[in-house]
Structures are given as C-alpha cells and as structure tokens.
Write a protein that binds this ligand. Structure first.
Ligand SMILES: *[C@@H]1O[C@H](CO)[C@@H](O)[C@H](O)[C@H]1NC(C)=O
Length: 322
C-alpha cells in the first residue's frame, strides 16, 4: 500500500474517532483501509505528473496530498466538514478560492486554518507558529475574496466548512511552493530521513511523525563544526543554549507532548531511540545566534516490536502502555 494512502487511512480514522469522542482509535486502524472516503492514492501523483491539473470532488471529510482543483457541492445540509491538506516537507501549500457560493448570513462558513487541528490540539503548536492563533484562521465570511489566495506557513493546512443549502459549495485550487528552510513539518510517510536546518533564526521547529517509530539521529550540529568541541558537555542540558528534544505523545500539539530526551551537544554517529507513542516529534530550540542542523531517519515500528521489550541497549518509550 502506498505510504500516502496509509497516512490518509490512519489520519482520517483518528479524525473520525475524534469526532465521535472515541480515544482508543488505534485498535481500529486496520478497518480504515475500507473507508469509503479514501479513493485516491499516491500513485495518482505520479500518473498525473505533467498532465492536466488534477480535478476532483471534495468530500465533507477529506484529505489531500496532491495539488489540483477541488470542488465541494453539498447534496444535503453538511454541517461538520473538514479537509486536511499535506504537501512534501519542503513545500508550502497555497489555497486559492476559484468560486465560493455559500450563505454566510444563513450560517454557512468556510475557514482556512494554517496548520492542522485535531481534538483541540494544533500543529504547529502556538509556541512554534510564527503567527498568533487568531491570525491562523482565515474566515471567508469575514474577508471574502479580498484574501483569495492563502499560503500556509508549513507543509500542512486545512479548511473547515459548513454548507446548508444543497447545490451550494465552492471550488479551490491547491498549489505548492518551495520552502527552502522547512521548519514545522508533518511527515507524510511512516519511514523517511530528514535534515532540519535552522539558520540564524530565533524560532523553534518541530518535525512530527504520526506513527510509532524507531528514530536514529545521525548528526547534530549546534553552531559548531564537528570535532572542534573542546569542553566536555555538562550532564543534562540545563535549559541553556540551543538543543534538540525528542517528544512523544498521543495528540498533535508538540507543546503538550512528553519530553523523552534532550540532545544539547553536537555529535556525529548514531543515537537510536524506539518510540511507541502515537506521535513522535523532533523539536529544535534555536536562539538565532548560530546555525543548527539535525539529521535523522525513522522507520515505523512493526506490531511485534510494540509488544516486545527488546532487552538490548536501545532506549524505549511508550511501549508498556500499548
Ligand atoms: C523556543 O522554545 C523554548 C523552550 O521550549 C522557549 O523558552 C522559547 O521562548 C521558544 N522560542 C521562541 C522563539 O518561541
């Protein structure tokens, strides 16, 4: 199964369960594979490269990982709708309203959110996002077409909408733009490799993987070159200077996740950690005084790895409570 499709299954299911107030969604993960909402796969992306822009209908609950033009038309009053957009880590998403036919006075709405929200948890967290939370919502019913194109600050964005009158709806075009220094990212895939670079910026960046994973950090540079570090690092990070933290948890918001490990001195090698949490985040805290860089790779844990304590020296987190 293509990884994107798997992500959609996993994520849409979490969303459905969240809507129903169900917290033990993981047990039902496999049933998501039959979810009728999910009709497209990552293969489409390859098939469509260089052809006409992709066009399809948008469903009341949807997830999109490819650019194109999407039309929502209500066939009955649809009051609780949301569509999640995800691009590659090195991309911003831009959402353009081609046509909007909704009745704002009658209680309809169409809002873009700069990031994802699930069960009240935001990604990026309000601490890591460059804009205050209220500015991350762009409400069509307030701004109209004066903000016809909206660009996200990272590789994820979403829309919320409500349409009462059958036949009403909207058409959007989703495009992506390159992001030279991706800061906050949700991984589309359960396996991968990434280098997070924060170049002289006073900001914090989170890379989120919404799967249980083994993560291997192979390189960490905090403003200095490898091997020129003279002093032995003090025990623990002590909350001073720039550092990288590993977080684990069940929700989307990195600021609500459990700190699992801090890395505050440069190294080159391989630090491996097994994290059985639903969500794993690599977060870099930067003062802006230097260039920071961390490289890591991750692989989804197999079901048997979630049960077995491996007995060797790899640190493990969130495994006993699954
Ligand atoms: C980055 O995070 C640290 C610790 O989590 C916090 O003290 C600092 O204020 C944050 N910096 C910015 C720019 O948000």
């Amino acid at each position: 199964m293509p990884p994107n499709f798997k992500l959609q299954c996993h994520f849409i299911l979490i969303f459905l369960m969240a809507l129903r107030g169900e917290s033990r969604y993981l047990e039902l993960q496999e049933t998501a594979e039959y979810d009728p909402f999910l009709l497209f796969s990552a293969n489409l992306k390859r098939d469509l490269a260089g052809e006409q822009p992709y066009h399809r209908a948008l469903r009341c609950l949807d997830m999109l990982s490819l650019p194109g033009q999407f039309t929502f038309t209500a066939d009955r009053p649809q009051l609780h709708c949301a569509a999640f957009f995800i691009a590659e880590p090195e991309e911003f998403i831009s959402i353009h309203y081609d046509l909007v036919s909704i009745d704002c006075e009658g209680g309809d709405f169409l809002k873009v959110f700069d990031g994802w929200i699930l069960k009240g948890e935001k990604f990026p967290s309000s601490q890591d996002h460059p804009l205050p939370t209220t500015e991350r919502y762009i409400d069509f019913c307030e701004s109209g077409l004066s903000r016809r194109s909206i660009r996200s600050s990272q590789n994820v964005a979403m829309i919320f909408f409500r349409v009462h009158e059958p036949g009403n709806g909207f058409t959007l075009t989703i495009k992506t733009d390159p992001n030279l220094f991706p800061c906050n990212v949700i991984s589309q895939t359960p396996n991968g490799r990434f280098t997070l670079v924060v170049p002289h910026q006073h900001r914090n960046c989170s890379f989120s993987i919404i799967y249980p994973v083994v993560i291997k950090i192979s390189d960490l540079t905090l403003g200095r070159l490898h091997g020129v570090q003279s002093k032995k690092p003090p025990a623990g990070c002590g909350g001073i200077g720039d550092f990288v933290e590993l977080l684990g948890g069940t929700g989307l918001d990195p600021s609500k996740m459990m700190p699992l490990a801090d890395l505050c001195y440069p190294f080159h090698g391989a630090a491996q950690v097994k994290i059985g949490c639903d969500n794993t985040v690599v977060r870099m805290v930067s003062s802006g005084k230097q260039v920071n860089r961390v490289t890591f790779e991750y692989r989804q844990l197999e079901p048997f790895e979630l049960e077995n304590q491996n007995g060797n020296s790899i640190p493990e987190f969130c495994l006993s409570n699954l």
